[in-house]
Each structure stands twice: as structure tokens, then as C-alpha cells.
Write a protein that binds this ligand. Sequence first.
Ligand code: ATP
Ligand code: ZN
Length: 301
Amino acid sequence: MRVKWKRSERVQIAVQKSGRLTDHSLALLKRCGLRLTRGAGQLLAVAENMPADVLLVRDDEIPGLVREGACDLGIVGLNVAEEQRLGLAAGDLAPRTVRSLDFGGCRLAMAYPREGSARCAAQLGGGRVATSYPRLTRKFLEEAGVEAEIIPFSGAVELAPRLGRADAICDLVSSGKTLAANQLDEGETVLESRAALLASPTEAPAARRELVDLLKRRIDAVMQARETKYIMLHAPREALRAIAELLPGSESPTIMALEGSKDRVALHAVCRESIFWETLEALKNAGASSILVLPVEKMLE
Ligand code: ATP
Ligand code: ZN
């Protein structure tokens, strides 16, 4: 393949190579218009249609790559970004979190063994907390005024209490199933997390700035479109006001005549929020029929 742009003009984007964020991150970039080619096992995916490359790396490497300027943008969990930010020396610039993305949701939370002596941080005094996030955990405990020993763990943190290595853990939770399976009860939330778009601490060099800004705008547009729905329905004219009020986050709807019907009309509207079954049922009760909810592929305002 012929690469049309100089290396210095190509925006470098760091993405997790294989893990929970990989599919969502690559799908987001593709929806932003990047046509990526990636051979099996390759660490670099080159965009064929614009000057951008995607580096596939371990998630823990992403904040460092962006901070050092080796990558202009990176997608990583806020949990990883914040843990590493706390480890920077005074005066070191951290990568900027420029967008909060709509996937990778989880929380860093304390958890306590069901049969243990401590059921919350206040009862931990002098105890041990196992975690892969020692800095965030220490900060939380300090702010709670609790003295405890941090036991750094790199994997399977939830086993630490059973192994007699800790009195509590601080780990990522999404459904809570792993905690329950290990007889742990979830406690205080230390950090609410989701995937974040990181950008280098200083502005991108002029040769790449335009594309970096364009990608940020397209990411906004993709997320906005994902939240947006197009709704179409038929309704009696006299119920229009009540129906318009039921539509979540919609501006003035379009009303169209229905051929052969005097008192029923068609209504089309763009809704900026999710439309739940309850809303559809309420619309129906208000007199609407033939209700269709369609996804929005792209939008630009
Ligand atoms: P790597 O090999 O890249 O170091 P990893 O094992 O550190 O991978 P994953 O388990 O793939 O990372 O998780 C990546 C990110 O997904 C987490 O840092 C977090 O932001 C997010 N995430 C969402 N839900 C969960 C969950 N239930 N457990 C762990 N991480 C979650
Ligand atoms: Zn990792």
C-alpha cells in the first residue's frame, strides 16, 4: 500500500491491543471515518484514507505514550489514566482527558470479605488492602482518614482475602458478579470510570492539529448520534401537544398531512435521549399509532 503522507503528518492514536476496550475503541475510530487495515497480530493499523495510524498496545502503556508525545491521542479507562497521573513527579505534565467516551463503564470500589472483621473503610484501621490501583486506593484511604497497609497485586485481586493476604480489596467492578463469586461485598466507590480520550499535554504540532481537532469533533458527533433517535408516528391532531411533551429531548417536530385522513397526522421528530418502552406505551395511550423509532447513522449540526 502506498502511504501518501509523511510520518510527521500522521496522527498517532494509541488503543488497547486486546481487552475490554479494544472492540469499542476500534469501532469508534471506524465510525469517525478511519478505514483501518490490520493484519493478524500486528501492532499497527494504518488508516488508508487519512494520515492516521492506530498503535495497538497494552492499556497501561497508553497514558505514557500520549504524555511523551509518541501518540497524539489515546483511548484508555479513566481508572488507568488517573492512577498514572497520581504517579507523576511534581512538574510533569499529565495527558489531558479531552473526552469522556460512552463505553468501558465500571467503578473502582472497595470490597470486604463477607466473613471478615471490616465491613467499611472506617473499620479497617491497621488492616491491609490489596489492589492493582495503589495510588488511587491510598488517596481514598487518606481522604477517609483511615490508616491501612496497601498490598500491591497485579492480578486476581479478589483472591487476596481468601489467601490471607488482605482484609479488603480495591478493584474494578461492573456487574459485581466476580465479587459475589468470591464472597466479597462491595463497599465505597473510589472512582467512577469509563473510557476516556487522552490528548498530549501540549497542543498537537501544526502538521497534525487539524486532523486531531477533526477527530475530536467526529467523536462528539458519533456519540451524539448514538444517543439520538428518529421517531415517526401517527396521531390525532388534538393530541399533538400532549404527544410532543412526551418525546424526550426533542425540538419542534415536523407535522405532515396523512392522505385521506382529516383528523390524523404524521409526526416526525429527532429525540436526543434514549426512548424507552415506557415512552412508547405512554405515546400509544395518548393516541399515537404506527410508532417507529429509528437509529441515526450520522449527524452534523
Ligand atoms: P491489558 O492487557 O491491555 O493490560 P487489562 O487486563 O489491564 O489489559 P482489561 O481487563 O481489558 O485490561 O480492561 C480494560 C479496561 O476496561 C479497564 O481498565 C477498565 O477501564 C474497563 N473495564 C470495564 N469494566 C471492567 C470490569 N468489570 N473489570 C475490569 N475492567 C473493566
Ligand atoms: Zn492493563
